[in-house]
Design a protein around this ligand. Structure first.
Ligand SMILES: C[S@@+](CC[C@H](N)C(=O)[O-])C[C@H]1O[C@@H](n2cnc3c(N)ncnc32)[C@H](O)[C@@H]1O
Length: 311
């Protein structure tokens, strides 16, 4: 992010979450809070019956019309946003049962977990880290929506390009020796590769084998060529206009080498083509996955194992 205005991509994510919540054709990620964060016009659109009929029609045509195949990745952004959130929260529910007591949402945007699952906050403390401008805006939207921040949530501002996560967390009651799950969805795209590497190194050193991270990333091939078609140019241009240009993607092998070098191991990687199969057809409804992205789940390796791997 290049300046001091709140993230626009976070607003679009929230619009799509609100639209999916109101859709009669999607049952993947109920989020009744999302619409409370939207300006009136977007809220009206996200919940309008006509909009949902158009979404259903568009999904049907894009999947069945050869001529529209190239539009598929842009349409599939909706699925990407919902599927990655569900992938992370399914893992979180499982880990809470197994004893994870800390959940960090890095680049949280307008994520509404703490309002959707207040009953879990006695079992897991939530730390939301985000760009100062995005976080300040979120806190004002929470107030405007008449919501009360529950106990068990800590908001911490950070610019990933300038400060380390450990530096920021160490100013709170976060305990690096407790089992922790980190959700880092929808952010790696907008950072430089060196910022991604610095973040992994920092977290491995700070939390060792107590930490797991779930995140999504763009496939390296997405960055192989400059945008050439008008669709690619419009997409790139709109992100640049919103001052959140896409910067980083990885080939799987490259990512594996990077995380191993930083002190993590890959638990699971789900490429775009396999993401649909994570969910039932009833849950997905009109959604289909984005083939340009991956979901990853990585785990810190303890220092002794790391030395053996390195030797
Ligand atoms: C697309 S939103 C992702 C929101 C949410 N995590 C999700 O999964 O949908 C991107 C988020 O990354 C944050 N972000 C982008 N660059 C950042 C940076 N350099 N430092 C801190 N946060 C950053 C933005 O503030 C925004 O909240």
């Amino acid at each position: 992010m290049k300046n001091d205005s709140p993230s626009r991509t976070a607003l679009w994510v929230t619009f799509l979450r609100a639209a999916a919540d109101a859709s009669p054709d999607i049952n993947l990620f109920p989020d009744p809070i999302a619409k409370l964060f939207l300006p009136k016009t977007l809220k009206r659109l996200a919940t309008s019956a006509l909009f949902h009929r158009l979404m259903k029609f568009a999904s049907f045509r894009i999947q069945r019309t050869e001529r529209l195949r190239k539009v598929r990745p842009y349409w599939a952004l909706l699925a990407e946003i919902l599927m990655r959130a569900r992938f992370a929260e399914d893992l979180l529910q499982q880990r809470i049962e197994e004893g994870v007591t800390q959940y960090i949402i890095l680049g949280a945007g307008l994520d509404s977990f703490v309002f959707r699952y207040p009953e879990l906050l006695s079992r897991v403390h939530v730390y939301e880290l985000d760009h100062p401008a995005s976080q300040a805006h979120k806190l004002s939207l929470i107030q405007r929506a008449g919501l009360t921040v529950p106990e068990g949530v800590t908001y911490l501002p950070i610019d990933f390009e300038k400060s380390s996560v450990s530096e920021v967390l160490s100013q709170s009651n976060f305990d690096p020796n407790q089992a922790t799950l980190i959700c880092w969805n929808g952010v790696s795209y907008y950072l430089t590769k060196s910022a991604v590497k610095a973040l992994f190194l920092d977290l491995a050193e700070y939390c060792g084998d107590k930490v797991e991270i779930v995140f999504d990333y763009a496939d390296g091939k997405f960055f192989q060529t400059k945008p050439v078609t008008w669709r690619q140019k419009i997409f790139e241009g709109s992100l640049r206009f919103g001052r959140e240009p896409l910067l980083t993607g990885f080939y799987l092998q490259e990512l594996e080498q990077l995380i191993q070098h930083c002190g993590f191991e890959l638990v699971k990687n789900v490429p775009g083509k396999e993401q649909d199969a994570l969910f039932s057809p009833q849950e997905r409804g009109i959604l289909f996955s984005n083939w340009n992205t991956h979901f990853a789940h990585i785990r810190g390796i303890d220092a002794n194992t790391q030395r053996q791997v390195g030797s």
